[in-house]
Ligand binder design. Structure first.
Ligand SMILES: [Zn+2]
Length: 285
């Protein structure tokens, strides 16, 4: 490891060597976790998101460079509930500084498996923000009030988002959506919408013939005119079903990551969540 570092150009070393201005690092597994980390940690820590932008986190695997980042960090924040299978193989010292933000949350199951997409229920995501604030306060007790204040600001924004989404959802008469990947169970539960899906937990699993037939039938019977897919996974099956039923396709972002375009446009959890609800509301026949 030391020998490897010596081989790196000095420019690269500058970013990992401690200096007067260097901030300690905390690591987040994928987008909703890193968004929480930067919202609550503010300027006290540098937040490193492991899953690169444009990548889908369900199948993410650690690179050797990631492992170095984990060792250099003060804490590792994960969603848990099976989203980060790599945690199981971490060395004990890394496991000890890993914080699972979904701990203590009520969960749902889908096809007999735990549904990990808790961040899409704004009430549960708010709890995860509180867990993040508690954890940062333990790590850095001199700034307890700072983390509490950031958490309060975050909760206020979540309350505004919730109010906006309830208005939209109340006016959405169909109360049913068809999606390529069952990421939206928690969101649908929060707003009283039913989710019909092609793939259950992971977006890139091969759906069974029965799952395809079931959704084809449901889409036709219930007059669904939009099949939602997500930009970070394959949309082949969603396109096929849309073609066979005459429905159109539209993207919906399960907030597992941002596309390059969303990043360029400065979008975040709040704006994408609102955009998702707007698209759902427009999807009625
Ligand atoms: Zn997912």
């Amino acid at each position: 490891m030391k020998r490897l570092l010596l081989l790196l150009p000095s420019l690269l070393l500058a970013s990992c060597a401690p200096s007067g201005n260097a901030k300690p690092t905390i690591v987040a597994s994928f987008y909703p976790i890193s968004f929480l980390a930067s919202s609550i940690a503010g300027d006290k820590y540098d937040v490193v998101c492991l899953t690169p932008s444009g990548a889908e986190p369900h199948d993410f695997e650690l690179t050797p460079k990631n492992v170095t980042t984990l060792y250099d960090s003060k804490a590792i924040f994960v969603n848990g509930l099976g989203m980060e299978s790599w945690v199981d193989s971490l060395q004990e010292s890394l496991k000890e500084k890993t914080v699972t933000l979904s701990d203590g949350l009520p969960t749902k199951t889908i096809d007999s498996r735990i549904d990990p997409h808790v961040w899409l229920d704004t009430r549960l995501y708010e709890k995860m923000a509180e867990n993040m604030a508690t954890s940062l306060a333990k790590l850095d007790p001199s700034n307890v009030q700072f983390y509490r204040d950031n958490c309060a600001t975050f909760s206020k924004k979540m309350a505004d988002l919730r109010e906006y989404c309830h208005k939209i959802a109340d006016a959405f008469e169909d109360k049913v959506i068809a999606v390529n990947h069952a990421a939206y169970g928690y969101m649908c539960n929060e707003y009283g919408i039913e989710q019909l899906y092609i793939n259950s937990i992971s977006p890139d699993e091969e759906p069974t013939q029965k799952a395809i037939e079931d959704i084809l039938k449901a889409v036709e019977e219930r007059g669904i005119d939009t099949i939602f897919f997500e930009e970070l996974a394959s949309d082949a099956v969603a396109q096929k079903i849309a073609k066979e039923t005459g429905a159109k396709t539209e993207s919906l972002n399960p907030l597992e990551g941002l596309t390059a375009k969303e990043e360029r446009e400065g979008m975040d959890y709040f704006s994408i969540y609102r955009q998702n609800m707007d698209k759902i509301a427009r999807s009625k026949p």
